[in-house]
Design a protein around this ligand. Sequence first.
Ligand code: NAD
Ligand code: UGA
Length: 443
Amino acid sequence: MSSIAIVGAGHVGVVYAAGLAELGHHVRVIDVNAKRVAMLRTGKIWFYEPGLPELLERGLARRRITFTTNYPKGLAKARFVFVCVPTPTTAEGSLDDTYLRSAFAQIREHATNPRPVIVNKSTVPVGTGDIASRLFEGDDIHVVSNPEFLAEGRAVEDFFHPSRIVIGSRNRIAGEAVAALYAPLRAPVVHTDPVTAEFSKLSANAFLATKVSFANVLSRIGESVGADGDGLAKALSLDPRIGAGHLRAGLGFGGSCLPKDLAAIEQLARRFTESPGFFAAVAAVNKAQRSRVVDLLVDRFGALADRRIAVLGATFKANTDDLRDSPALYLARQLAELHAEVVVYDPVAAPQLKLIAPELQLARTALAAARGADATIVATEWPEFATIDLAAVRRTMRGTLLVDGRGLFDLESAHRAGLDYFSFATAGVRPHEAEELLPAVAS
Ligand code: NAD
Ligand code: UGA
């Protein structure tokens, strides 16, 4: 078992700390944020990720994980240093490597003997691995690009059952040493060079974003020609070349990754291809989806001042408290800017909402949010919304409009409850549903 340092105690870093500890390694996590470190030492995680608190607790109880703000302490004896720092978007849309550079500089200054292998998990500008390797040249430190593909909300599951491990290294021994850490997970491993590894990460997210915008354009055409969105998603998803994931139409994609990685790949397309605008079109479709609900409400009500609107869900998707670039929060804010009285209910994000969106009223339950509302909007696909009693929603509302931005309901059940129903969203098909459909097709 190895001694491993992790730089960055966030959505990737804490999952890796707890996951690697579960595999038997000893992990020291370094973060510059003293408040987060203090919380994590007591087993409290500063963000919501299902299953992670229990896993972290086990690692702490077995004394396999420590947290520190001190680089020399954190790096002492580390054989591997996993870098998991943020790479936000710059004003032009590229990936900002400021935190990464700072982490590399600290590692260079404080790395001890024997020299560690640096495992870069942050999503980086293409070429970063080679630049970092040159930085560490002569220090006997190798840099391996090992992009991360976990999704928030199911990050623990993704850690233990990754679809693939991509290892980009120009040094065979370093690359194989990193691959060996993942051996217990029995995942397919792709050995390649750092540039390809880094580009594969941007490409994967660009593809997922493109698929969501593709689904949104199809659903829009489908609305006009009278095609059923769910039927369409099923028909498409059973073709293994298309696949079931990311075909849900609705409010569009958000979060800290798809939008920023899409912008970064568009920058590359502009520089190096005759097709600038390909990924910009994907982003434009996404932006248009976000405005559709506002347009609908303005069409229906005219001015929104004095209208009370309930927004169910604020996070960028279900099972996370992440509000970064959230379509739901964007929508709520747009409505508030138009002077609507906006009441938001989110199952987990209320504490952060209080801090970053004080202009929004918060409710403690979905029904409380809907009380007295002229319209109720489902903006995040939280499972608890799918089982809500629509008749009770109708009874507590002042108006009758239900806008389903995530395809949780259908026209018939909304009408039965006495609600006017509008949805441009489809539930799509989840991979397990596609698997269930396959035998039926074969027989
Ligand atoms: P995050 O914001 O959740 O956490 C990053 C942590 O790094 C923060 O706690 C911050 O305080 C700390 N940090 C910043 N600079 C530091 C420094 N110099 N030294 C030590 N700590 C520092 O970020 P995240 O969501 O975990 O993302 C990290 C990287 O992984 C990004 O490049 C992201 O694109 C990529 N990624 C994220 C996900 C995801 O689901 N969030 C999935 C795959 C890849
Ligand atoms: C995404 C990728 O799925 C991960 O593989 C990747 O590692 C991660 O980005 C990253 O690089 O950080 P994540 O942002 O957690 O993960 O969320 P997704 O599940 O991909 O959803 C992204 C957005 O697309 C959400 O707003 C979601 O509501 C939306 N979406 C997703 C749809 O609108 N329709 C769909 O069918 C699927």
